[in-house]
Structures are given as structure tokens and as C-alpha cells.
Design a protein around this ligand. Structure first.
Ligand SMILES: [Zn+2]
Length: 409
């Protein structure tokens, strides 16, 4: 593909992003001219080796003297010198201990995707309550999140106002817009779960409603998403593990004294979306750059199983080479999928093998007589006379004849 700086963001970067999405960025590298490698690093689409280096292999061709010594992993500086057994080899300069010979082990990245837990959770506003909470947690550890809804359409300020007179509080308020306010510090005990020990062991998250009783207390999607994400960040910050209902995510109504958080409660119409937001965000925060997410890993397993076939009680029957071949033929062998191309290449290898072997071929497939040695010798002789070296099959026959001659001698 064309690798100008305009072509890279327009075209190539999408290819790399897709590869990184499926494989994980730490499994993606680039081979190209020095600028293409630098751009891939700048765009954050190839593995980061730490120390300002990326998994880039700079070729001398088109690099106009640049060697990538400051940011690449390898430089293909010398072409076509004699190597072992007369084989022509390239000589590379290795700049980094890791250059793609094994999975990249560092998790340091340019954008520092390693999560800084101390900066969590993301909060848009703090408005510390001055009453109706208890400093400290009475020696208890934080064990779970308790979900609430306002039964009201409050802002963070609105909560603060209500809790001036009402003997209640929660740590966080998620507003209708998804904006997050914090009113009680995580290290203090808020009064939200109707029980001292529960309060001491939990963090309370309030969710604003986007309509009142006549609308049956709806909650906006922005609030659901932000609430789930907030819970994920709190789970990570306090080491509670991946958000899981009944374990580290619980509902106010468990106390038996209320229906809160109503539609958001387990079994309610917002529960699944909220949990998904929480788990997805947790997965994003915890996925190391050199690890695949569970989704990516499952995709790769499915592809492998489908290629190999026969796994999981027939769930993966395996790709059918004949069907792939037929699909490729129907397209005129153009614009093939990867598996179609593999099937075509495999079938072609089998056909060549069959033709080489000749009459030994089994009776099921097309008949291969095998190349006739006399025909091959005759055609090779004619071609050599015309200054042509002949086909591979003709040369193979000449080789076989030469071996036979040597054996006789
Ligand atoms: Zn509640």
C-alpha cells in the first residue's frame, strides 16, 4: 500500500487498529520505511517495547538514510550478503531485547494505558457533605457497592440540599446527564444502606431518575452507563474484582425495607445494561496491552477450532476445503477470504503432488497419469536449444535422470 503520511491515517492505520483490536496491540508490529514505522508508533497501533521503542522493523530501502535507531526494534541495514551454505541473507541491527521473537512482555505504553488507580474514580464534581455521615469505617473494609435510585430527579447539589435535613447520605450521585458528583469520601461511612455494618462495608451510588412517579421512575441511559462505569472504577480502586451482582454489586432493596433501586435492581429493566457497562469498563481498565480481552481470546479460539474442526461436540465442524474451493472458483479466484485462499493453495499443492506421483493416485479424485519422462526430456531439450531453462517439472526430470546416471556409474 502507499505509505505517505496522508495515506497512513486514511487507510493503513485502520488496518493496524483492526489487527490490534483482534490480536491485542502488543502482538502487532510493522515492517516498512522509517517514516511508516514512526507514524505507526505515533498513532499507537503497534506494540510498545518501552523506552520509546515500538515493534518496528525499518528497511533501508526508501528510508533515505534514516535507520530508526531511536524508536525502532530492528534495522534491515544490509541486504543480500552470503550466509551459511551459500544462502543470501540480510543483516539486521537489533536495537531492542524484544524484537518480535516472543510475545512482548512490557506493559509500558506511550499513552500509559496502565491504569493509575489513585486517579480513580472519575468524578466531575466534589461537594463534601458536612453532616449525616460517619468519619472512618469503624475498622471495616470496603467489600461492595450498593445501588440506589433517587426516586427523584436530583443533581449533586440537590442531594446535598436534601441531606442537610434528612439523616441520610451516599458517596456518589450520578446525574441525569451522566455527570458524577461525590459527596462522601470512600474512606468515610455514608448512611445509605439502613444498617451500620452494611454502611461500613459498602460504597453507595445514587442514580438520578429522568422522570417522576407518573413516568414510573425512568433512568436515562447516560446515567446507567456512567453509574456502571463508576462502579467498575470503584471495584478496581478498592480491589473488589470484576463487577458481579451479588458479590461486589448489591442493591439497597436487599435490606427488605425498600424497592430501591427499583428498575435498576437485579431483575429490573435497567439491570443488564448497567452490569454490562460496569463489566465492559472494568475489562477495558484491566486489560493489559499484551493481553487479549476475553472477547478477543474467544474469537481467536473460535477461528482456531473452526480451522482444526471437530471440537466441542461438533460445534466447530471445521472448514470444508471443497466448499471453500467452490466459493473461490465462483469468484473467479479473485478477492478471496483468507480461508478461501488457504483452501486454493492447499488444493493446488495436492494437485501438483498428484501429478508428480502419477498412477499412485487414489481412484476417488481426478485421474493423474503423472508426467511422462520422455515428454519432459523432449520438451526440455527443445527449450534449452532455444535458450529457455524449461519448467520446474522438466528440470526435475533432468535432475532425476542425472541421479539415475550417477547411480549406474
Ligand atoms: Zn436506596
Amino acid at each position: 500500500m502507499s505509505t505517505t503520511r496522508t495515506a497512513v491515517p486514511n487507510t493503513a492505520v485502520h488496518y493496524f487498529k483492526a489487527a490490534a483490536d483482534v490480536l491485542g496491540r502488543q502482538r502487532v508490529g510493522i515492517y516498512g520505511h522509517s517514516r511508516a514505522v514512526a507514524w505507526a508508533q505515533e498513532d499507537g497501533v503497534v506494540a510498545d517495547l518501552g523506552g520509546g521503542r515500538c515493534l518496528g522493523w525499518v528497511t533501508r530501502s526508501w528510508s533515505q538514510g534514516e535507520t530508526g535507531s531511536g524508536y525502532a526494534a530492528l534495522y534491515q541495514g544490509t541486504h543480500n550478503v552470503s550466509g551459511p551454505s551459500g544462502v543470501q541473507v540480510d543483516v539486521n541491527t537489533v536495537y531492542a531485547a524484544q524484537w518480535g521473537q516472543a510475545p512482548i512482555t512490557t506493559t509500558t505504553t506511550k499513552e500509559t494505558t496502565t491504569v493509575d488507580v489513585s486517579a480513580l474514580p472519575h468524578v466531575d464534581q466534589t461537594l463534601w457533605l458536612n453532616r449525616h455521615y460517619t468519619p472512618g469505617r469503624g475498622g471495616q473494609a470496603i467489600k461492595y457497592i450498593v445501588r440506589h435510585h433517587n426516586a427523584g430527579m436530583l443533581t449533586t447539589q440537590g442531594c446535598w440540599d436534601v441531606w442537610q435535613s434528612r439523616e441520610a447520605s451516599a458517596h456518589y450521585q450520578v446525574e441525569q446527564s451522566g455527570r458524577i458528583g461525590q459527596l462522601v469520601r470512600d474512606t468515610d461511612t455514608a448512611w445509605h444502606a439502613a444498617n451500620l455494618l452494611r454502611n461500613q462495608q459498602s460504597i453507595g451510588i445514587e442514580h438520578a431518575n429522568s422522570g417522576g412517579a407518573t413516568a414510573d421512575w425512568p433512568i436515562s441511559d447516560a446515567t446507567i452507563q456512567a453509574g456502571g462505569r463508576l462502579a467498575a472504577e470503584l471495584c478496581l480502586k478498592h480491589g473488589l474484582g470484576r463487577p458481579e451482582f451479588g458479590k461486589n454489586i448489591r442493591d439497597h432493596k436487599e435490606t427488605g425495607s425498600t424497592a430501591c433501586p427499583y428498575h435498576l435492581a437485579a431483575g429490573g429493566k435497567y439491570h443488564a445494561a448497567w452490569m454490562k457497562a460496569a463489566q465492559d469498563h472494568y475489562d477495558t481498565l484491566t486489560s493489559q496491552e499484551d493481553d487479549m480481552t476475553p472477547d478477543q481470546s474467544a474469537k481467536l479460539d473460535a477461528i482456531y477450532n473452526q480451522m482444526a474442526g471437530g471440537f466441542e461436540n461438533g460445534k466447530y465442524p471445521g472448514f470444508d476445503i471443497n466448499k471453500l474451493w467452490e466459493a473461490a472458483a465462483a469468484k473467479g479466484f479473485r478477492r478471496l477470504t483468507m480461508m478461501e485462499a488457504v483452501a486454493v493453495s492447499t488444493r493446488a499443492s495436492i494437485l501438483i503432488f498428484d501429478q508428480l506421483v502419477g498412477p499412485e493416485k487414489d481412484a476417488k479424485g481426478p485421474s493423474f497419469t503423472g508426467w511422462d519422462p520422455d515428454d519432459l526430456r523432449a520438451s526440455l531439450a527443445a527449450k534449452l536449444a532455444a535458450g529457455d531453462n524449461g519448467t520446474i517439472a522438466e528440470q526435475l526430470q533432468a535432475l532425476v535422470d542425472g541421479m539415475a546416471t550417477k547411480k549406474e556409474a
